[in-house]
Design a protein around this ligand. Structure first.
Ligand code: 4AD
Ligand code: MG
Length: 431
């Protein structure tokens, strides 16, 4: 039996006989020949079957093989510049593990609902493959950035006793007779972590009962959240831009083939170099006003507002100091203008909108208690959090980046539903 290799590694076996364990992607015949396009998860290779080069049975099997049939092919690797991947397999034997039933996803166009219903199979297509490999690279680069920067990983819990990002998007669940909420953000726990370790981050699934159907909102998404003690808002913005630059550079370096498969122009991503522009909320409103876009000063930016603001720049833009009124209870007010919060949103270019939200946290016990009251939140649920302001309170900041928003932007996708293996949306809990 020849050595089993992955398609990604065939170049190292040029001229040698190997075995591939794969699935049939596509096939065509020209009488005495079969061209089988096969995939094994690491790549795609064209495999050529000559009528005289294999047994009669094997040649017949090619005729019966359907798309996605599982097959083991043995043959000789040969360089062929015209072929996908630059190599071909000259087949000497094929073992069919299963002839697949008629595969629902054919190369013809399918509607999004149909594809989403078949997400478990759709993952096999080359486009989805490319997107999820970029996602993996983004996650790897995120971890690399923090691990290499002296941050300690502190995992946040998923069951929580209180809200972090407002009560309107909480998922609750019975917890042995009392109510637990699925976490909206690990931030409050990271604040505890930062007081213990100085620099921490968490990365995990977060949940929001988003009742709106938009192309940017999932009900379950993955967030990476750093938190740093003795860091102010300006330092937080420095960290955020360094972080995003690192991610984009990593994808350009390690996933250029996938970007090409997605027809993503790398030139646009190559512009993502520090420093990023920093504008205040007031300046962002001025952009909207100049574009004659209707917007009520004092409110939060909606998807369209963000799109217009971000289109004014060819790099991510950081919008800071939103009205405190519309922001979360934990944000610190700007001492120079207490009506504003020391917060920042990073908006991705090309109209992608917010990818990061963060800022400096309120570190004064009395002011924080006042804010919890004003937001109508139950004080007792935050007793542990308030302890952090009693025992060595310091200025501190952090942010959260939603992985799916970053993937959508970097891959150039119109909707976040393709950025996560199994998306959870208001009307989608399957597969
Ligand atoms: O701006 P958000 O709500 O900020 C927080 O949760 C902070 N507690 C984070 C922190 O400071 N540690 O959410 C942060 C990011 C957004 O910028 C966006 O990228 C993503 O999380 N996000 C969503 N992604 C997909 N679907 C949703 N429904 C999302 N809501 C937020
Ligand atoms: Mg936000």
């Amino acid at each position: 039996m020849a050595q089993r290799v992955y398609i990604a590694d065939v170049a190292a076996h040029n001229g040698k006989e190997v075995t591939l364990k794969a699935w049939l992607y596509n096939k065509r015949s020209s009488g005495k020949l079969w061209f089988l396009l096969v995939r094994d998860g690491t790549g795609i290779i064209q495999s050529v079957v000559f009528k005289g080069g294999v047994s009669e049975e094997t040649f017949q099997a090619c005729d019966e093989m359907t798309q996605e049939s599982s097959i083991e092919l043995t043959g000789t690797v040969s360089e062929d510049k015209r072929s996908v991947g630059g190599y071909e397999l000259q087949v000497s034997d094929i073992k069919v593990l299963q002839v697949a039933q008629e595969y629902p996803i054919s190369p013809k166009e399918h509607g999004t609902t149909f594809l989403m219903d078949h997400r478990h199979l759709w993952l096999r297509s080359s486009r989805q493959h490319a997107i999820l490999r970029v996602r993996h690279e983004i996650v790897r680069a995120c971890r690399e950035f923090f691990d290499g920067g002296g941050f300690t990983l502190v995992d946040a819990p998923v069951f929580t006793p209180n809200a972090c990002e407002g009560t309107s998007t909480l998922f609750d669940t019975d917890y042995f007779g009392s109510t637990a909420y699925l976490t909206q953000s690990g931030q409050l726990y990271m604040e505890a972590g930062a007081m213990a370790f100085g620099k921490v981050y968490c990365f995990g699934p977060t949940f929001r009962a988003e009742k709106s159907k938009t192309r940017r909102h999932l009900t379950e998404f993955w967030m990476i959240e750093p938190e740093v003690a003795y860091l102010d808002l300006a330092g937080d913005m420095d960290l955020a831009e360094e972080f995003v630059e690192h991610i984009v550079k990593s994808v350009l370096k390690n996933r250029s083939k996938e970007l090409e498969a997605l027809e993503r122009d790398p030139g646009l991503l190559e512009k993502v170099i520090r420093p990023f522009p920093r504008i205040s909320y007031d300046e962002a409103c001025e952009i909207l006003r100049k574009k004659d876009h209707e917007f009520k000063y004092g409110g939060d930016f909606g998807g369209t507002d963000e799109t217009i603001i971000s289109e004014a720049f060819d790099k991510p833009v950081m919008v800071h100091r939103y009205p405190a009124e519309i922001k979360a209870f934990y944000m610190k007010n700007d001492p120079d203008d207490p009506s504003k919060a020391l917060c920042v949103d990073m908006l991705a270019p090309e109209g992608y909108g917010e990818i990061i939200g963060g800022g400096q946290r309120e570190d004064d016990l009395a002011i924080l208690q006042e804010k919890i009251r004003k937001h109508d939140l139950p004080m007792e649920a935050f007793d542990w959090y308030l302890d952090l302001r009693k025992y060595g309170s310091v200025p501190h900041s952090g942010f959260g980046m939603g992985i799916e928003r970053a993937v959508a932007w970097i891959c150039g996708l119109a909707h976040v539903r393709e950025t996560i293996p199994f998306p959870r949306l208001m009307h989608r809990l399957r597969p």
